[in-house]
Design a protein around this ligand. Structure first.
Ligand SMILES: Nc1ncnc2c1ncn2[C@@H]1O[C@H](COP(=O)(O)OP(=O)(O)OP(=O)(O)O)[C@@H](O)[C@H]1O
Length: 796
């Protein structure tokens, strides 16, 4: 909401803002004298009221809430504001440098073309200024970027603050600028964009900000200066030493020079006036050059001595721009020279993640050949909360693209496939052209090669986390390796990786056919033999029984549920290992992962399970022929394809298996739970069902006998239907008609309690509604009189 008001008068009336020139005496920049400017500058700096003739705006509600939180925050680490401002300045410099690639004029000349960040302190007035010669902001940019448009991160951050309260994360939510209010109670943003005049944005974080055209400050040329009027309790930031420490700590990897207007004590030779030379001995801090002289010099002529005694050395404070960072980009250095600590710090600055956790892994390499580039990739310690939300719609990439050291973009999703979008890092290419637009670059043929190499390197890096993790190895020889500190640090890292990013690897198997095998190597899961830990396909293969051809797996909602599944009975008895897949994405995954190292995957709840030949197979099939045929007939209306003798059951009487290419029961459940799934497709994709019976089970044996005796026995038919429905449930299907199932069960209960199947439920007596209402009012009257009684008793 835009309001033109007179802030000092606090009137809400819409008025024409008085022209700034009227108030300040209309001296244009070009004509103002230095002292005029200085006077006005100091005037504006000391004033903590928003300029009365400025255009005033209200902050967007979420932004206002965010500022309230910041200004009232008891958060002790207020340091973060500086790195956020430096990071914004660096972004602004990156932007102008990028634009200048296609239009040299844009940079201007002299100081304007100096791409650096300057920090200046006014100790007395407690004003800290951070200035850049970046792209700057137009008036409209100031209004939009600093207050009226809430970014998606704003409310997410506000919400997060209410629960966890770690302000350190502010940069990750794209609202870093507002952290200035941790240390300042009044902030001015002076900005000059090539397309607009210089403007001042100012706010005391009290719900409003103001913008005025700037006619009193020194012209910036181009760029932005943020002036923080420090709060009383933030005095420590008015110390040079503190600012130097912060830049070293947080902004080491900024690719532009950061300079501080730093004071320096220097020895200066000044002529010693007569009075001074007479008291020389009483002023030990002022060293005369004579004292510094060598003894031998005393032999020099008197004239010379006299000349020397006429000067003296005094300490003087001078100011100069002191460079605070080493601008050599980390990725240009040799990986051997960069320490682990430096990589960890670099990660933090890239990810704006200043928590204590280190990245799980990194890879720093130079790619040579047709396409040359340097890259550093990181696996973050934690997955962002929204990693899989709108996975297919979000255009998110965490890789920064540089071309010959010039930052181009961090929105290049062509560099990595979606499933690796959780990686952080950068690519600096020497091959890509510099002077073309982002759109042209996006279509450059080298990008494909870069992408291919990045994927390989990324997968190698992830594999290495597993290789170096002592927990990952089941080999006894490897376990014997002495436990070094390094080993301890790597212990459990792959499980950590898997828990954070395992789903991405699975999505990779689905999406990236070319790297499917490499990705399958990274897959982890629990199995009937993994003893509660994660295991891999390679380890599974090592444990396979002689003669076992397939890799067995089962899908469902939880390991606990699957462990009891009838599908596993015989496999476990025969000591086969079965993988548990319990993530909904696993069902999709297994549609793409057909085999691994020449071994086929077999879902043990589907047709086609081979467990060696049953010596009595043929015989059993023959002797249960009557039952299977009869049962198939009974279930004709149930979409059951066949009734067969099972080779997977041991203790259960029967199970329902699905055809090889149809959905498993688990997949049916997943599809049913999807709001937008298409019912007609569900019917079409539903796997054909086969009822498998256990010929050694007493119920099945009894049924066979009864069917042979009387295939029309209604009771046996009922039992057979009930058996099928029970098997459906136990096999993980959702019953389409639970009422029917329940009635059958009650029928059986009646039977076991010797109650006639026709015994009806007793009718309830009909009570007239009016009579009921009357009765109710009487009881409530009685209740209240009882309560009164109690009150009286209490008082007594
Ligand atoms: N020094 C600056 N020069 C030019 N524009 C700036 C400057 N500082 C801030 N801005 C503008 O204000 C916007 C808001 O800054 P803010 O720090 O809140 O978020 P961000 O920079 O987008 O994200 P992050 O906090 O993660 O850096 C920026 O996106 C940018 O457009």
């Amino acid at each position: 909401r835009k309001l033109n008001v007179n802030a000092e008068a606090e009137s809400e009336e819409l008025v024409d803002p008085p022209k700034i020139e009227d108030k300040l005496g209309a001296v244009p920049h070009g004509l103002s004298t230095d002292s005029d400017v200085a006077k006005r500058e100091s005037e504006s700096m000391s004033r903590k009221n928003l300029r009365s003739n400025a255009q005033k705006f209200e902050f967007q509600a979420e932004v206002s809430r965010l500022m309230d939180i910041l200004i009232n925050s008891l958060y002790s680490n207020k340091d973060i504001f500086l790195r956020e401002l430096i990071s914004n300045a660096s972004d602004a410099l990156d932007k102008i440098r990028f634009l200048s690639l296609t239009d040299k004029e844009i940079l201007g000349e002299g100081d304007d073309a100096t791409l650096e960040i300057q920090i200046k302190l006014d100790k007395e007035k407690k004003i800290l200024s951070i200035r850049d010669r970046g792209i700057g902001m137009t008036k409209e940019d100031l209004i939009k970027n600093l207050g009226t448009i809430a970014k998606s991160g704003t409310s997410a951050f506000v919400e997060k603050m209410q629960t966890s309260g770690d302000l350190n994360l502010i940069g990750q939510f794209g609202v870093g600028f507002y952290s200035v209010y941790l240390v300042a109670d009044y902030v001015e943003v002076i900005s000059k964009h090539n397309d607009d005049k210089q403007h001042v944005w100012e706010s005391k974080a009290d719900g409003a900000f103001a913008i005025s055209e700037d006619t009193w400050n020194e012209p910036l040329g181009r760029g932005t200066e943020i002036r923080l009027h420090l709060r009383d309790e933030a005095g420590e930031y008015a110390e040079e030493s503190k600012l130097k420490e912060l830049v070293k700590k947080y902004s080491e990897f900024i690719n532009f020079p950061i300079r501080l207007w730093a004071s320096k004590e220097v020895d200066v030779e000044v002529p010693a006036d007569e009075d001074d030379s007479s008291d020389e001995e009483e002023k030990p801090e002022e060293t005369s050059t004579e004292e510094e002289g060598d003894d031998d010099d005393s032999e020099k002529g008197e004239d010379e001595d006299e000349k020397k005694s006429k000067t003296k050395t005094v300490k003087e404070t001078t100011y100069e721009w002191e460079l605070l960072n080493d601008v050599k980009a980390i990725w240009l250095r040799s990986p051997k020279e960069v320490t682990d600590e430096e990589y960890a710090k670099f990660y933090k600055s890239l990810a704006k993640d200043f928590s204590d956790e280190k990245p799980l892994a990194w890879s720093h390499f130079n790619a040579e050949g047709d396409v040359e580039f340097k890259s550093v990739l990181f696996v973050p310690p934690k997955a962002p909360q929204d990693l899989y939300e709108s996975y297919y719609n979000a255009n998110k990439s965490n890789l920064k693209l540089y071309v010959r050291r010039v930052f181009i973009s961090d929105e290049f999703d062509e560099l990595l496939p979606k499933y690796l979008s959780f990686l952080m890092g950068l690519v600096d290419s020497d091959t890509l052209p510099l002077n073309v637009s982002r759109e042209m670059l996006q279509q450059h043929s080298s990008l494909k090669t870069i992408k291919k190499k990045l994927i390989r390197k990324a997968l190698d890096m992830i594999r290495k986390i597993a290789d170096e993790d002592p927990d990952e190895s089941n080999d006894t020889e490897k376990k014997d390796i002495e436990e070094s500190d390094d080993n301890n640090e790597k212990k459990g890292q792959y499980t950590k990786f898997w828990n954070e990013f395992g789903k991405s690897i699975k999505l990779g198997i689905i999406e990236d056919a070319a790297n499917r095998n490499r990705l399958a190597k990274l897959l982890r899961f629990e199995s009937t033999k993994s003893e509660g830990k994660l295991t891999s396909l390679d380890q599974y293969i090592k444990r396979m029984k002689p003669g076992q051809k397939d890799i067995f797996y089962i899908t469902g909602t939880s390991k606990e549920q699957l462990e009891k599944s009838p599908f596993l009975e015989r496999l476990i008895k025969k000591n086969y290992e079965v993988i548990f897949f319990t993530d909904p994405v696993d069902e999709y995954l297994m549609q793409y992962l057909m085999d691994y190292e020449d071994k086929k995957f077999q879902n043990v709840s589907k047709e086609g399970l081979k467990l060696g030949k049953d010596s009595k197979g043929k015989e059993l099939k023959e002797s249960f022929k009557d039952l299977t045929k009869w049962w198939k007939g009974i279930l004709a209306s149930e979409n059951v394809d066949d009734v067969k003798i099972s080779n997977r059951l041991s203790d259960s009487p029967c199970v329902v298996v699905t055809s090889k290419y149809g959905w498993s029961s688990n997949m049916e459940r997943i599809m049913q739970s999807q709001t937008l799934s298409d019912a007609s497709k569900q019917a079409y994709m539903r796997g054909k069902r086969v009822l498998e019976i256990n010929p050694r089970h007493p119920i099945i044996k009894e049924l066979q006998e009864r069917v042979v005796k009387d295939p029309e026995d209604a009771n046996v038919k009922q039992t057979a239907e009930l058996m099928y429905q029970t098997a459906l449930m136990e096999s993980g299907f959702v019953l389409s008609d639970p009422k029917d199932f329940a009635s059958r069960i009650y029928g059986q209960v009646k039977n076991s309690l010797n109650i006639s199947p026709d015994a009806a439920t007793e009718e309830e007596e009909d009570v007239e509604v009016e009579a009921e209402a009357e009765a109710e009012s009487k009881t409530s009257e009685a209740d209240s009189s009882k309560e009164e009684d109690l009150d009286v008793k209490d008082e007594l």
